[in-house]
Design a protein around this ligand. Structure first.
Ligand SMILES: NC(=O)c1ccc[n+]([C@@H]2O[C@H](COP(=O)([O-])OP(=O)(O)OC[C@H]3O[C@@H](n4cnc5c(N)ncnc54)[C@H](O)[C@@H]3O)[C@@H](O)[C@H]2O)c1
Length: 328
């Protein structure tokens, strides 16, 4: 049996996916340059190679010594704000590097790929819940860097037989249920870890950006998906790569939105801490509501969320943050 190469396997979503793949008996190998990832997030007995995805010798060494037959490609930069300041870096790190990696993999005879994309490709959606066939008009370079990669795949399929699936995640959140693995980003920009760091007393208050959106309580609405459900979506995608698929792009979300204010209220209940909340002006580039239409992934990949109710999202993350107040 061949192995699955997980690029970015030391990162938040990658490391949870490595664990789930292993629990299912897969052989896994990780390539990660640790620019934002953590060596401690990978089990000691999983082969780990530190390096960049464009290091051709390293990729060849990994592919040949582990008989890699498919790749899950998480490695990327993913800070929207940073991408506004240095778009060139995002087009290079995400788009150009992925293109080089995929071309090299194809030369090495590896033609199966699952790719991490994002709801940021939709920009300001015309319809919510957002179907995959919606127009994609990213409003930041991060989203564009991912959309450009998506657009290369049908051509690589036609010319070189690439078998691919794109997963467009909505907001990843939560942690392993035993609290041993979780989100450790620096800087942290995601709502739930920020809220929980505030509950731990590491931050003075949680800031809510904008309470004048056209939503029931005026705060932005997002679709949160548990990192374990995301991991399972990758396993489902891998298993589908060999089948004839007339759809290869899938949203991964729950189809249910929570407002920022609602998330904060549930976090106060789960943690039992009444932390301070401050209201600030809207942030540039935040659409009012991003919620996935999720019928397609259910029908074609047979995936559905099991851990993505807000209580489980927050209580699993709370367990992680309490037991690892300073991360890994
Ligand atoms: N977290 C979310 O809510 C979310 C939502 C949508 C899409 N995504 C996408 O999912 C993927 C994983 O996100 P995450 O939150 O786990 O991020 P993360 O930063 O925790 O993980 C990314 C990993 O990739 C590694 N990496 C980055 N560039 C590399 C390179 N050139 N060579 C080798 N390794 C490299 C990093 O060290 C890190 O371990 C990313 O592609 C991201 O764009 C994330």
């Amino acid at each position: 049996m061949g192995s699955i190469l997980v690029t970015g396997g030391a990162g938040y979503i990658g490391s949870h996916t490595v664990r789930v793949l292993r629990e299912q008996g897969a052989h896994v190998v990780v390539l990660d340059d640790l620019v934002t990832g953590h060596r401690e997030a990978i089990p000691a007995d999983v082969p780990f190679y530190r390096g960049d995805i464009t290091d051709e010798d390293r990729v060849q060494q990994v592919v040949e010594s582990h008989a890699v037959e498919a790749v899950i490609h998480f490695a990327a930069r993913s800070l929207v704000g940073e991408s506004m300041k240095t778009p060139d870096q995002y087009f290079y790190e995400n788009t150009a590097k992925t293109n080089l990696l995929v071309a090299h993999l194809l030369r090495l005879g590896v033609n199966k790929l699952v790719f991490s994309s994002t709801a940021a490709v939709y920009g300001r959606p015309e319809t919510v819940p957002i179907p995959e066939d919606s127009q994609t008009s990213p409003i930041n370079p991060y989203g564009l860097s991912k959309r450009m990669i998506e657009e290369t795949f049908p051509w690589l399929e036609k010319a070189h037989g690439l078998k691919w699936v794109v997963l467009r995640y909505f907001n990843a959140a939560g942690a392993s249920l035993d609290g041993s693995m979780g989100e450790d980003h620096s800087p942290e920009t995601h709502l739930i870890p920020l809220v929980l760091k505030t509950a731990l007393g590491q931050r003075e208050a949680i800031q809510i950006f904008g309470n004048d959106y056209p939503t029931p309580d005026g705060t932005c609405i997002r679709d949160y998906v548990h990192v374990l459900d995301l991991a399972a979506a990758h396993v489902a995608a891998l298993n589908a790569l060999d089948h004839p698929l007339d759809r290869r792009i899938f949203n991964v979300g729950t189809g249910r939105g929570y407002s920022v204010q609602h998330v904060v209220a549930i976090a106060k209940r789960v943690t039992g801490v009444d932390f301070p909340v401050l209201y600030a002006a809207r942030r540039e580039g935040d659409p009012a509501s991003l919620v996935a239409k999720v019928d397609r992934i259910g029908e074609i990949l047979g995936w559905k969320a099991h851990y993505s109710d807000m209580e489980t999202l927050i209580s699993s993350a709370w367990k992680w943050h309490q037991s690892h107040p300073h991360g890994y």
